[in-house]
Each structure stands twice: as C-alpha cells, then as structure tokens.
Design a protein around this ligand. Structure first.
Ligand code: XMP
Ligand code: MG
Length: 187
C-alpha cells in the first residue's frame, strides 16, 4: 500500500514499518520455538487488536501450538483504560496444565494484562507468559507485571495500525503510526 493512501493522512508519523514488524515477529517466533522446545503451548489471542500480530507470530513458531481467542473490554474512553475488565468472549477450551502464551497488541498501564494473567492463573495453567507487540513502559502503573516478550518499546503516544485501532478504524494499516491528536482531540 502506498503511504499516500487515505488512511495515512490521519497519522502524525510512522513509528514502526511493516518490514521492521516482520523482522521482529520472526525473531520472536524463533525465540518462542527455542524456549518452548518439547512443549505444545496454547497461544491466546486477545481480540481484536492482536489478530494481525497473532496470525503472523504463530506462523513463525515451529512447534505444535494450539490457538484460542478471548475478547475483553476495559471500560473507559477510546484512548484510556479504566482498570475494570469485562470478558466478552471466553476461551473455548480449558487451560488446566497448559503452557499459555497471552498474545496482546500493546501494554500500556498494564492493568488489563495484570487482570487477565491472574484470571488465567486461577484456572490452573502450568505456566503463563505474555507476548506483546508494543510496550509503552513509561505509562506502566503495575510495576510487578512481567511482560516476557516484547517486540517494540514505544513512546507515550496513541498509536494505530497493524491491528490497533481508533474507534475500530486503522487496523488495516500495514505499518504502526502515531495518530494525529486532531482526530481524537475533541472526544
Ligand atoms: P492497559 O492500560 O490496561 O491498556 O495496559 C491496554 C489496552 O489499552 C489499549 N491501548 C491502545 N490501543 N493504541 C491503541 O489502539 C494505543 O496507543 C493504545 N494504548 C493502549 C489497547 O486496547 C490495550 O489492549
Ligand atoms: Mg487490546
């Protein structure tokens, strides 16, 4: 897609290109393949933001993984998390004794993943790790949350693309960019 395409007009700048994403995702897949050698991890995709990352990452993992999906919603505005998490779609299979990898688009305050991780731990998983495409470490309010695998540390800006949205738009941008504040500034 040309960068002059219509949806790029709402970006201030491109933060991570599709080539950089592909390279990091490949490296992460290789790392997970090594770390989980001899195991059959369950990859849990957190809908909807992680779908593109999830589908690319699982193809870079050379192990017999299984895939499951979860949809959650944090109450709050489009750009801020409130801390209260609601499960909209639960996993199809139970995870007792399984090695679970939660695949998430972005860690911001860490509230959402912290909640999710303890929820899944209570279900008796053998292990739980977190793989996040992006990490806004500067905004973390849950310092104890361990994000085991991260592709990119990013600055504190609202980003869209490669699955990440603003009001369900921009998920199909192949790159990741900073959304111009003029788009959401008045909301
Ligand atoms: P917390 O604060 O709980 O929030 O770590 C994580 C969730 O907040 C959303 N989020 C974003 N979504 N661009 C987005 O499209 C962003 O820059 C951004 N920052 C946070 C996202 O849903 C994530 O799962
Ligand atoms: Mg999300």
């Amino acid at each position: 897609m040309e960068q002059s395409a219509k949806i790029y007009e709402d970006l201030d700048r491109i933060l991570v290109t599709k080539e950089e994403i592909a390279e990091k995702v490949r490296e992460l897949g290789q790392k997970i393949t090594k770390d989980y050698a001899g195991k059959e991890p369950v990859l849990v995709c957190i809908l909807k933001g992680a779908v593109l990352f999830f589908s690319d990452l699982m193809r870079e993992i050379d192990l017999p993984v299984t895939a499951d999906f979860m949809a959650i919603s944090s109450y709050g505005s489009a750009t801020k998390t409130s801390g209260v998490v609601r499960v909209l779609k639960d996993l199809d299979k139970d995870i007792v004794g399984k090695d679970v990898i939660i695949v998430e688009d972005i860690v911001d305050t860490g509230v959402t993943l912290n909640y999710l991780k303890s929820m899944l731990a209570h279900r008796g998983a053998a292990s739980i790790r977190i793989a996040a495409l992006l990490d806004k470490t500067a905004r973390r309010t849950v310092p104890d949350l361990k994000v085991d695998y991260v592709c990119f540390d990013i600055p504190d800006a609202f980003v869209v693309g490669y699955g990440l949205d603003y009001d369900q738009t921009y998920r199909n941008l192949p790159d990741i960019g900073v959304l111009s504040p003029k788009i959401y500034g008045d909301k």
